[in-house]
Design a protein around this ligand. Structure first.
Ligand code: G16
Length: 541
């Protein structure tokens, strides 16, 4: 099989965002577009030469085509072995785990996460490095730099790989192994959780409803919840992965996981509701009639994790992204363990996890995980909740109410303003940044601004510094207003406004009502409606 060098014109728009390169499918279908990006990765990470490369994706439209391209280029770039999930499927956390457990040089994770799929939808690719985590900023900058100057890429012609047949196949010198997408991940989960206990909990008549949203977690949920834990098959919704995710938007939140939310709020709701997203790294947790916000779920997991087999030694520390509510901080204080505040983006947790400084971490954007992998993990979060319910024999409501009574409650919401003109969004952020010094000390009713700044983070492990990671207006422990631009959108700019109000008295308020005064105050401070002309957000989660 001969290697060909193809002459190419570099594309200028291949700078990876918060989680890899995400674009419309049509952008990825341009001649040589994916190839340019992949060649830049092969050139930027010499460990791939002679190493093992893991490849898998969330099954969306263009997944198989992109995998064939990647295999042909891996063969031409001296990769020794490619391990690929059957049917091209690997959830993001399962891919991260495989990279770690195989000692692979890296992995291509083909996903645009929760963004809609199909011919007119989005596609994406993340490069994860040898430890299993997403490429650090220094590497993504190098990849981008190389992508701008490429004149040719290497590939081989005529690659025939049957992605549906498990076993070993050869592409020239390259060994391609198609493996079961779930096996290794299922073993890992069995090492962390008490499957016997959860099985008994199901036998006693407790029920789960898990919505896989026609995305990658269907086969994982089938194996773990139904085959291994004995939940009835009716516990799963939308468990068959589809190339267009059934036309839906697999983002597990109150808006997009509507059928699950309705089931959990209806009569005869199951004991636990869970959902995951396109690539299986996000999660949403519900009890009967009760939504557990991601920040609360993180704090409640922190409180109970030591009850579960994989975490009996306790937690070394915990971490949350800056915009995530500070409920976690309260529990960490009570447990007397460090609590780190990082910028948005899972890669910032990886160094802390690698250094053994944190065991549990999470984000407001429905991401939670532990040191078992280097990505957030949706199915893990649902299993952790199941194990806690089975171990405590308490309901989700009991756990939430006891938690709020002990630690207080952080009412929390994120308001997204999508598809804004980029210049408008940037001007809004700049104008607020310029005003920040004037805000400190200002009084707004009972609230007083104690701090107003642009968040910067110094990594305690490698000393690297990330600046401009969101603007925050802090009212001591009582409240926070945070503004930042999303790094994952594919159209215009998305402005995120995060609202957090801490209460120790009124614990049973409806979230929207609890936050309405703070939302009005945020608009007066940030001038969103005035600058954008939008009277309300596109989405509230
Ligand atoms: C990605 C990142 C997360 C981040 C989220 C939202 O998640 O991995 O760390 O919180 O995007 O980022 P942003 O607010 O910049 O849009 P996913 O699930 O999309 O891969």
């Amino acid at each position: 099989m001969s290697v060909r060098e193809i002459i190419t014109n570099p594309y200028a728009d291949q700078k990876p965002g918060t989680a890899g390169l995400r674009k419309k499918v049509a952008v990825f279908q341009q001649p040589h577009y994916l190839e340019n990006f992949l060649q830049a990765i092969f050139d930027a990470d010499p460990r791939l030469h002679g190493g093992t490369l893991v490849i898998g994706g969330d099954g969306r439209y263009h997944n198989r085509t992109a995998i064939r391209t990647a295999i042909a280029m891996a063969a031409a770039n001296g990769v020794r072995r490619v391990v690929v999930g059957q049917g091209g499927l690997l959830s993001t956390p399962a891919a991260s785990h495989l990279i770690r457990s195989l000692g692979a040089a890296g992995g291509f994770v083909l996903t645009a996460s929760h963004n809609p799929a199909g011919e007119d939808g989005d596609f994406g690719i993340k490069y994860n490095v040898s430890g299993g985590g997403q490429a650090p900023e220094s590497l993504t900058d190098r990849i981008h730099g190389i992508s701008l100057g490429l004149t040719r890429y290497r590939t081989v012609d005529g690659v025939q790989v049957d992605l549906d047949r498990r076993g070993s196949q050869n592409v020239g010198e390259l060994q391609v192994e198609v493996i079961d997408s779930v096996d290794d991940y299922a073993h890992l989960m069995q090492s962390l959780f008490d499957f016997d206990l959860i099985r008994d909990w199901f036998k006693d008549g407790h029920r789960l409803c898990f919505d896989a949203m026609h995305a990658v977690t269907g086969p994982y949920a089938q194996r773990l919840f139904v085959d291994l834990l004995g939940a009835p098959a009716t516990s799963l919704l939308n468990a068959i992965p589809l190339e267009d995710f059934g036309g839906g938007h697999p983002d597990p939140n109150l808006i997009h996981a509507r059928p699950l939310v309705e089931r959990m709020h209806g009569a005869d709701a199951p004991d636990l509701g869970g959902a995951s997203d396109g690539d299986g790294d996000r999660n949403m947790i519900l009890g009967p009639g009760l939504f557990i916000s991601p920040g609360d779920s993180l704090a409640m997991l922190c409180e109970h994790l030591h009850l579960l087999p994989g975490y009996r030694r306790g937690l070394a520390g915990v971490a949350r992204s800056m915009p995530t509510c500070r409920a976690l901080d309260q529990v960490a204080r009570a447990l007397d363990i460090p609590c780190h505040e990082t910028p948005t983006g899972w890669k910032f947790f990886a160094n802390l996890l690698d250094a053994g400084r944190v065991t549990l971490c999470g984000e407001e954007s429905f991401g939670t995980s532990s040191d078992h992998t280097r990505e957030k993990d949706g199915v893990w979060a649902v299993l952790a909740w199941l194990n806690i319910l089975a171990a405590t024999r308490r309901s989700v409501q009991d756990i939430a109410q006891a938690h709020w009574a002990r630690f207080g409650r952080h009412y929390y919401a994120r308001h997204d303003y999508e598809d804004l003109p980029v210049a408008t969004a940037q001007a809004l952020v700049q104008a607020l940044q310029d005003r920040l010094p004037d805000l400190v000390g200002q009084r707004h009713g009972e609230l007083q601004v104690s701090q107003a700044d642009s968040f910067a983070y110094q990594d305690p492990v490698d000393g690297s510094r990330a600046t401009n990671q969101g603007l925050r207006v802090v009212f001591a422990d009582a409240a926070r207003i945070i503004v930042r631009l999303s790094g994952t959108g594919t159209q215009g700019a998305t402005l995120r406004l995060y609202l957090e109000r801490y209460e120790t008295g009124d614990l049973g308020l409806e979230t929207g009502a609890a936050l309405a005064p703070l939302a009005a105050l945020a608009d007066r401070i940030v001038h969103i409606s005035q600058i954008t002309g939008r009277s309300s957000p596109s989405v509230i989660t």
